[in-house]
Design a protein around this ligand. Sequence first.
Ligand code: ASP
Length: 353
Amino acid sequence: MKKTFNLILFVFALSVAAMAQTKPTIYILATGGTIAGTGTGSNDADSEYKAGAITVNALLEAVPEINDLANVKGEQVVNIGSQDMNDEVWLKLGKRVNELLRQNDVTGIVITHGTDTQEETAYFLNLVVKSDKPVVLVGSMRPSTAISADGPRNIYNAVACAVAPESKGKGVMVVMDDKILGADDLTKTNTLSVGTFENPNYGPLGIVYGGKPIYTREPLKRHTIKSEFDITKVNKLPRVEIILSYSNATSLFVDAAVKAGAKGIVTAGVGNGNMTTVMQNSLAKYVKEGKIAVVRSSRIMTGPTAQWDEVNDDKLGFSASWYNNPYRSRVLLMLALTKTTDYKEIQRMFAEY
Ligand code: ASP
């Protein structure tokens, strides 16, 4: 009797081990944000709110269902509010993602991240990850301890996307509020809503339905394995500032940025990337002196900042950002400046990425 019982136990253990082996392996890299935050998350002033308060293990324990989808391994990269995200963490994260995705036994990566700068990190990774395996960023708008916290469902959906074979080759994605969004056009559109993220120009990549991704578009811009940017040997990124234009804008911030050592300036211009004449002349002067590269973008959420429309870019030595908003433009210009300072070459990159 005891022998039979031991045999059953042995067979059971074997099948559990076999099941674990057939399940895909997903790494969850945690960086902080509201998804790892505490507080009531009500819309009233929440004095108890704290971003990046709980660890990756506590985060994963809140969604035991993900263990049915994958062998999940958690790693804490940093634990910060994403308003404090910086180049150093980006480089560390990008290199770790590449290292993990080189392993044959790793199917994909989920990165938990604050929503404030999620669009910047997603786009940075979209340009530097050297793999077509899924990389999915996920955040939440309500802290983990709030009523109707959105984090657990978002994490489940993110893992569901990361294990799905059809998620390969889609570039870096963000999964929140049952939507799958491309890093190519990611924009936070609402300060409080759980449905804050949109792809306002291109439309979402798809939705998550019944625990599975349904894709409705492909990202057509260059990304990941088709990107020319390589951070393997990069330990510091060139300084690029964003400067806003508005009625009466002067050259004050342009002068200050150049003096502080900026190598590039992205303008968040009015309309189709316009700016006051005084600001434009100041930027053109610094370009001529070889001090900076300038990319014109726009403070308007949708539509391209088109080349040679109201501004003669060739005459000024500027590049136009096309569909990249100022935040993505800054990321692309930082990477572009690791390779070139030629405005025509930078313009090519802005047309392609
Ligand atoms: N300030 C938080 C962050 O970006 C907000 C959030 O995660 O929603 O880290």
